[in-house]
Design a protein around this ligand. Structure first.
Ligand code: FAD
Ligand code: NAD
Length: 477
């Protein structure tokens, strides 16, 4: 039985990053992956690279360019005779990006001397891992340390079972071969909004059913309200308080029955339906009962703040454990665990995991919201700067949205940043860096920002915290 210092199960952004860091730390590491392509070759990179972050962003970008050309070029004085898109070319561009990145992961693992093992892992007693290979042979390995990074899969709901044709989940929605005329989306979460935007820009009439009465409940309310208004303006029909109860497939269409405002039952017909109601941790057939690893009530592997499970030297990271299901959260946990195993110093701040929704404009935030601070009874100050007052945003006609900075009333320390607008995903990171370094709003206000940039909105929002914005009228709060 071959022995490793560390066996990582899963090669998604949590697993492969952990494997690389552990190998960089001088350990003998193997990474096990079961995902195969059509040629039965291993596919590395997990959900993120294959059917998540990367392919969705490729389609978001392509569809955004098409929509921009159609809706906005004429205001720049650019006219053209006809504008078309080629969906299969868009899809093959997406596939090429995916394959470049997944082969990049293979190269990185190899360069760091991580052994890749293809097969499905099951954890047995005493840190023995049994692996069923694609040709159905079973191999066993032992390791000093095991890191579980098996990720998550889409939740399937009885009222709308995925049939991979008319009713799909996010994976199917990244690979439609034609534009559905009428597209229903179940769930106005991150996937519903991002993939709903893709197909809406390409011509679908998109209706999004959301069971909750509030939109983007995890976001700051002011940000969520602005985002809802903006997304509706783009033509996505968002139906809040609309819980999907049943669906019926007939003649290539799907009728969706939903309960509106918990009282009235209604039915609507669609050509395609995307189910995007969340993801569940993936532990199917992973843990033999003799292994003794505990799951929590929701099926996540139970871990402490350092991602240690109930069994010594067995760790779990990424989507398969508590916390937001985000690639960067899993990767940082991977680095933390690899360093802990190597007895090196490490740092993971669960309070500052940025969230981004890649709609256009982007929506992004990190840290406290006004609502979370009210719950904690903590006094705060707010500075908001609208992009309509930013020279750079005006020059590029990207004036929707704002930067909002929340700071402590008592200490002026920056506690939260909330952005909708151009490059929100990048701008929010400036707030994260400020918060990691325990900056005050005044610290941010004293930094020189290049002109003209959309980053100046961060500067002005920091100034606005104390009613000192220069390029907007400060209203007394
Ligand atoms: P995964 O990426 O799911 O990888 C787990 C791997 O483990 C898989 O390859 C699986 O095959 C393998 N595995 C499972 N069980 C076994 C076993 N028994 N033996 C061997 N191998 C096994 N997050 C962001 O941060 N930003 C985004 O923009 C973003 N966009 C997304 C868009 C979509 C459409 C989706 C679906 C998700 C998106 N996410 C995004 C979420 C992100 O993809 C996940 O948070 C991330 O992939 C989780 O990483 P992970 O390594 O924990 O798990
Ligand atoms: P989500 O949890 O973000 O949203 C699911 C939504 O579906 C919720 O608002 C829920 O109220 C609603 N819902 C549940 N059942 C319903 C029903 N029967 N009828 C109507 N609405 C219903 O989940 P998601 O959008 O599927 O995304 C899954 C995960 O993937 C998220 O945790 C997210 O972090 C991750 N992801 C991240 C990004 C990003 O970072 N940009 C992009 C895509 C996905």
């Amino acid at each position: 039985m071959e022995k490793f210092d560390v066996l990582v199960i899963g090669s998604g952004p949590a697993g492969y990053v952990c494997a690389i860091r552990a190998a960089q730390n001088g350990l003998k590491v193997a990474c096990i992956e079961k995902w195969l392509d059509q040629k039965k070759q291993v596919k590395l990179g997990g959900t993120c690279l294959n059917v998540g972050c990367i392919p969705s962003k490729a389609l978001l970008d392509s569809s955004c360019r098409y929509h921009d050309a159609k809706a906005n070029f004429s205001m720049h004085g650019i006219d053209f005779k006809s504008l078309n898109f080629n969906l299969s070319k868009m899809m093959s561009r997406k596939e090429k990006i995916v394959s470049k990145l997944t082969s990049g992961v293979a190269g990185l693992l190899q360069a760091n001397k991580v052994t890749t093992i293809t097969g499905t892992a099951q954890i047995m007693q005493d840190k023995v891992v049994s692996i069923t290979t694609p040709d159905d042979t079973v191999q066993t390995y032992q390791a000093e340390h095991i890191v579980i990074a098996t990720g998550s899969v889409p939740i399937d709901i009885p009222p709308a079972r995925v049939n991979e044709k008319e009713i799909v989940n996010s994976t199917g929605a990244l690979a439609f071969d034609e534009i559905p005329d009428r597209l229903g989306v179940i769930g106005a979460g991150v996937i519903g909004l991002e993939l709903g935007s893709v197909w809406s820009r390409l011509g679908s009439k998109v209706t999004v059913f959301e069971a909750a009465a509030d939109f983007l409940m995890m976001a700051d309310k002011q940000l969520a309200n602005a985002a809802l208004k903006n997304i509706k303006k783009q033509g996505l029909d968002i139906r809040l308080n609309s819980q999907v109860k049943a669906s019926k497939v007939k003649d290539n269409t799907v009728s969706i029955t939903y309960l509106e405002n918990q009282s009235e039952e209604k039915t609507e017909i669609f050509d395609r339906v995307i189910v995007a109601v969340g993801r569940r941790p993936y532990t199917d057939q992973l843990i033999h009962q003799s292994a003794g690893i505990q799951l929590d009530q929701k099926g996540f592997i139970e871990v402490n703040d350092h991602c240690m499970t109930s069994i010594p030297n067995v760790y779990a990271i990424g989507d398969v454990v508590r916390g937001p299901m985000l690639a960067h959260k899993g990767s940082e946990e991977g680095i933390m665990v690899a360093n802990l195993i190597s007895k090196k110093q490490t740092h993971m701040n669960y309070e500052l995991i940025p969230s981004v929704i890649y709609t256009h404009p982007e929506i992004a935030w990190a840290g406290e919201t006004e609502e979370s601070l009210k719950t904690k009874n903590q006094a705060y100050k707010v500075g908001v700067f609208p992009f309509s007052a930013s020279g750079r945003a005006l020059a590029s006609a990207e004036t929707d949205g704002f930067v909002k900075i929340i700071a402590s009333q008592e200490t002026d320390r920056v506690l939260g940043i909330h952005v909708m607008g151009p490059s929100a995903a990048e701008l929010v990171q400036q707030g994260v860096i400020a918060m990691e370094f325990v900056a005050s709003a005044e610290d941010l206000a004293l930094i020189i920002f290049a002109h003209p940039t959309v980053s100046e909105a961060v500067h002005e929002a920091a100034l606005a915290v104390d009613n000192m914005a220069i390029h907007a009228i400060n209203r007394k709060k």
